[in-house]
Write a protein that binds this ligand. Structure first.
Ligand code: COA
Length: 410
C-alpha cells in the first residue's frame, strides 16, 4: 500500500531567496574559467548571495511568513528548522522564527541536522505528527547558505535561500505515499567542523556516494512497497548543482532498466539554476520550480523524490499532486523575487564572502543592505538582534550600503 488513508502532505510551499546574486559568467571571467563549464558542465547560471544582514533565521522567517499567509496559522503546533547554517549550538533557530512570526505559544520548536537531507527528516517527522493529530499543522523550514572557499572548485556551486512548507491533513499541493526508502553510510564527502566557516568537500567522492545512496534508497523504497519506476511521472532530486540531478536521473533509469524521461526535468531545475545550492532547501526549491513552471497539468501525477545529505544519508519517497494545486502555488511572488534581484559585482561578492560577524564577543551593528522582510540588525551582549523591516531601503541606499560594506572589508 503506497497511499495513506487520509492524505497528508504539503498545504503551502513558499521560497525566499536573498535579493542579490552573482552571475556565473562574471565569476568565470574573474577566475579565468570558460563560463560554459558552469552553464553547461554544472548546469548553473547564477547563485544567490546572502548579504551581511541576513542569515538562516531571516531567510527562513521570510519564507515561513509567505507560507503562513496561505493557511490558518493558529493551527501551527510544531516549527522545525532544518539547516547547516545554524547560528547557535544550543538554542534552536526555529524559536527565533517562531518569535518573529508571532506563532502560537502551544508549540514545539526545534532544529534538525543531517547535512542537506535534514529537511526531509523534518518532512517525514511532520507527516507522522499530523497522522497522530490531524488537527495540527507543522511548519517545516529549510534555510541555508552554501559557502565554499574563494577560488576553490566548490565556489561556483554556492547559493543561499530558504523554503517553508506547511504540512497538514489538508494538502493542497502534494500528498505523500507511505513508502519511504532509507540509506545511511559513514562517509567523508562533505562536512564543516565548528571552527570553519566554509564547508570541506571532496566533490568527486560526493558524486559517487550520492549515486550509491540513490541506488540503495531506491531499492529500499521498492522493498517497502514503493511505486514501480514506470509509474513515476516526474522526479525531484537534491541539487547541490543541477548537473548532479541529471547524473542521478540517468543512474536511476539505468538501475531500473528504464528510459530516463525528460518531461519536467528542466522545469524542476529552473529555480535552482538561478539560486544555486541551498543545501536543506534545495530539493524543495526543485519541487516549487517543477509545480510552478511545468506547462502540463500535473494533477494526480506521481513525483519521485530523492533527498541526499552528505556524510551520508539518502531517502527516496513519492507523492501525488493534488487537484487544484495551481491555485495554491506562490508562483507570482517567487517570479517577482527572482526577477527583482540585484546583480553583484565580483568585488562586492568577494567582500561579502570575506565579511564575518565578530567572533570575540564584541557588540556589532550590521550595515543595512537587505530589502528582505527580516534582517539581522547586529549583536548585543552575545545575542543576535533581529528586526522586522517595515520599509525596504531605497535602491540608492542599497547601492551605497553595498559599496560601504565592500570598502569596509576590502
Ligand atoms: N564546457 C562544458 N563543460 C565543461 C567545460 C567546458 N568548457 N569544462 C568542464 N566541463 C564539465 C566537465 O566535463 C564536468 O562534467 P561531467 O561531470 O558531466 O563530466 C563538469 O563540467 C565539471 O567539471 P570538473 O572538472 O569535474 O569540475 P571541478 O573539478 O571543478 O568540480 C564539482 C566540480 C561539482 C566536483 C565541484 O564544484 C564541487 O565539489 N562542488 C561541491 C559539490 C557538493 O556540494 N557536494 C556535496 C553535496 S552532494
Amino acid at each position: 500500500m503506497i497511499s495513506p488513508v487520509t492524505p497528508i502532505g504539503i498545504e503551502a510551499l513558499s521560497l525566499y531567496a536573498p535579493p542579490f546574486y552573482l552571475d556565473l559568467d562574471d565569476l568565470g571571467k574573474a577566475r579565468g574559467v570558460d563560463p560554459r563549464k558552469y552553464r553547461v558542465g554544472l548546469a548553473q547560471d547564477e547563485m544567490a548571495m546572502c548579504p551581511p544582514d541576513e542569515d538562516a533565521v531571516t531567510m527562513g522567517a521570510a519564507a515561513a511568513a509567505a507560507a503562513l499567509r496561505q493557511v490558518d496559522a493558529s493551527k501551527i503546533g510544531v516549527v522545525m528548522l532544518a539547516t547547516e547554517s545554524g547560528i547557535d549550538q544550543s538554542k534552536a533557530g526555529a524559536i527565533y522564527i517562531h518569535g518573529l512570526l508571532d506563532l502560537p505559544r502551544a508549540c514545539w520548536c526545534f532544529e534538525l541536522k543531517q547535512a542537506c537531507c535534514s529537511s526531509t527528516m523534518g518532512l517525514h517527522t511532520a507527516l507522522a505528527l499530523v497522522a497522530q493529530r490531524p488537527d495540527r499543522k507543522v511548519l517545516v523550514v529549510a534555510s541555508d547558505i552554501a559557502r565554499y572557499g574563494l577560488g576553490t572548485p566548490g565556489e561556483p556551486t554556492q547559493g543561499a535561500g530558504a523554503v517553508a512548507m506547511v504540512i497538514s491533513a489538508e494538502p493542497r499541493l502534494v500528498a505523500f505515499d507511505t513508502a519511504v526508502g532509507s540509506y545511511t553510510a559513514d562517509e567523508m564527502d562533505f562536512w564543516r567542523p565548528n571552527y570553519l566557516r566554509e564547508a570541506q568537500v571532496d566533490g568527486k567522492h560526493s558524486i559517487r556516494v550520492y549515486l550509491e545512496a540513490l541506488e540503495h534508497a531506491w531499492r529500499d523504497y521498492r522493498e517497502q512497497g514503493g511505486a514501480p519506476y514506470a509509474s513515476l511521472d516526474r522526479f525531484c532530486y537534491h541539487l547541490p548543482f543541477n548537473k548532479m540531478g541529471q547524473k542521478a536521473h540517468q543512474h536511476l533509469a539505468r538501475i531500473s532498466h528504464g528510459e530516463a524521461p525528460q518531461a519536467g526535468m528542466a522545469e524542476a531545475q529552473a529555480y535552482g539554476r538561478r539560486i544555486g545550492n541551498t543545501y536543506t532547501a534545495s530539493l524543495y526549491v526543485g519541487l516549487a520550480s517543477l509545480l510552478e513552471t511545468d506547462p502540463e497539468d500535473l494533477t494526480g501525477r506521481r513525483i519521485g523524490f530523492f533527498s541526499y545529505g552528505s556524510g551520508c544519508m539518502g531517502s527516496f519517497f513519492s507523492g501525488r499532486v493534488m487537484p487544484g494545486y495551481r491555485e495554491a502555488l506562490d508562483a507570482e511572488r517567487h517570479h517577482r523575487l527572482l526577477h527583482d534581484r540585484h546583480r553583484l559585482s565580483i568585488g562586492t561578492y568577494e567582500a561579502w564572502h570575506r565579511h564575518d560577524l565578530p567572533e570575540d564577543g564584541s557588540d556589532y551593528e550590521t550595515p543595512r543592505v537587505s530589502d528582505g522582510p527580516f534582517r539581522l540588525a547586529g549583536i548585543r551582549d552575545h545575542q543576535r538582534q533581529y528586526e522586522r523591516v517595515e520599509t525596504a531601503p531605497a535602491a540608492s541606499d542599497l547601492a551605497e550600503a553595498e559599496t560601504e560594506v565592500a570598502l569596509a572589508d576590502a
